[in-house]
Design a protein around this ligand. Structure first.
Ligand code: HEM
Length: 369
């Protein structure tokens, strides 16, 4: 197979896939996946998309060939920096420094405080707004020992709540304000907190700002979808419990619906030649809805077996999400606080929409009594 003969979804003769990408990328990706296991997109640059486990393993497993520099995360100031933007060997060094502080054992001490941050809604509420507030408070607690002013935090995170390209707009003033506030917090935090443990790490302010942005809408959108699904259930199912329920929400609605790298040199993946400089895309959204891997993929069914390299809500390999344990802890803590039969849906639109992360279209009006 040559790159010229790769399948591709229907494209405009001049603008390629750019228009469809702007309007409905999930529809475009789904059509591409019907054409072949690796397909081409003509965006502002040429991209190759794959979603089978072999592709995921090759792309996510080889950090020397598939680099972050030049990838799509660089398009938003919220993610262009810190560990997200570093490549090997710097990336591995950074992860060695950060990983121990985001491991489940290190976070165990935060669990009780996080429970206190879960203020259950009363009566009618909008789940996206409630989830955003809850996750914002929880991240403040863990990353900043609860000391960042909530109004500043809310202003910084607001563009990530909105659909469309607002999170792509540079906001130098706001970023300077939040970095100034983080810098003040990290010089004066209580012993035993995560920022105290990281004190002295080179580039810490930027790392914490990136972790905050990377952890906010991803977790908040997942939590909102989880509440919506929880409302259909009479009680926490004895057969699975909270964790498999969260896993299934993350399968159907992976907030990181698409990830990208740039090929550092000519290479070959699953028999497909990839020229140097190509934008290489993997898509947890497509992988998680692939019927060969997930029978009856659109059905919400907790407790499914997970195929190797076929379940990637937090990606995989050395670039796996730094916040995996923290996200799971926040989701688990918030969800298990609810008395399940008391939660009902009122009205709303849970359909998946894309931005930097996947989100429910909303609003999601619910009731808790
Ligand atoms: C449900 C919630 C979350 C989901 C679905 C999620 C998903 C992901 C995914 C798919 C990636 C890989 C992106 C790529 O390289 O292609 C990633 C990376 C990352 N995530 Fe998360 N994430 C979540 C929560 C968090 C939280 C709470 C934090 C806070 C620490 C966080 C921090 C990061 C960072 C720093 C990276 C970059 C890691 C690296 O490049 O080495 N994430 N996340």
């Amino acid at each position: 197979m040559t790159t010229e003969t790769l399948p591709r979804p229907v494209a405009h003769p001049v603008f390629g896939h750019l228009g469809r990408w702007g309007k409905d990328p999930l529809d475009l990706l789904t059509e591409g996946a019907r054409e072949g296991s690796v397909f081409e997109l003509r965006l502002w640059r040429r991209a190759l998309v794959g979603y089978r486990p072999e592709w995921n393993r090759a792309v996510l497993g080889d950090l020397e060939t598939f680099r972050s520099d030049g990838s799509l995360s660089g398009l938003t100031p919220y993610l262009a920096g810190g560990v997200v933007h570093a490549d090997v060997p710097r990336h591995d060094e950074r992860r060695r420094e950060l990983n121990p502080h985001f491991a489940s054992r290190a976070l165990a001490a935060a669990a009780d405080t996080l429970r206190e941050q879960t203020e259950l809604p009363q009566g009618r509420f909008e789940a996206l707004a409630w989830a955003g507030r809850t996750v914002r408070r929880m991240l403040n607690t863990v990353l900043f020992a609860g000391r960042l002013p909530d109004r500043l935090l809310a202003a910084f995170l607001a563009p990530l709540d909105q659909p469309g390209p607002r999170a792509l707009v540079p906001r130098p003033l706001l970023f300077r304000r939040i970095e100034g506030a983080i810098a003040r917090v990290v010089t004066n935090v209580p012993e035993g907190s995560l920022p105290a443990a990281l004190a002295g790490t080179d580039g810490l302010v930027e790392e914490l700002r990136i972790a905050l942005a990377a952890g906010y809408d991803t977790t908040a959108h997942t939590l909102a979808w989880a509440l919506w699904h929880l409302a259909g259930i009479a009680e926490w199912p004895a057969w699975t419990g909270v964790e498999p329920f969260i896993d299934e929400v993350l399968r159907l609605y992976p907030a990181g619906w698409l990830g990208s790298r740039v090929a550092a040199h000519d290479t070959m993946v699953t028999g497909v030649p990839i020229p140097a400089g190509t934008l290489v895309i993997y898509s947890p959204y497509l992988t998680h809805r692939e019927p060969d891997l997930w029978p009856d993929p659109d059905r919400f069914r907790p407790g499914r077996p997970r195929p190797a390299w076929g379940y990637l809500p937090f990606a995989a390999g050395r670039r796996t999400c730094l916040g995996t344990h923290l996200a799971r802890l926040m989701l688990h803590t918030a969800l298990s606080a609810f008395r399940v039969p008391s939660l009902t849906r009122v009205s709303g639109n849970p359909a998946a929409r894309t931005g930097i992360t996947l989100r429910p279209e909303g609003p999601l009006w619910m009731e808790y009594r």
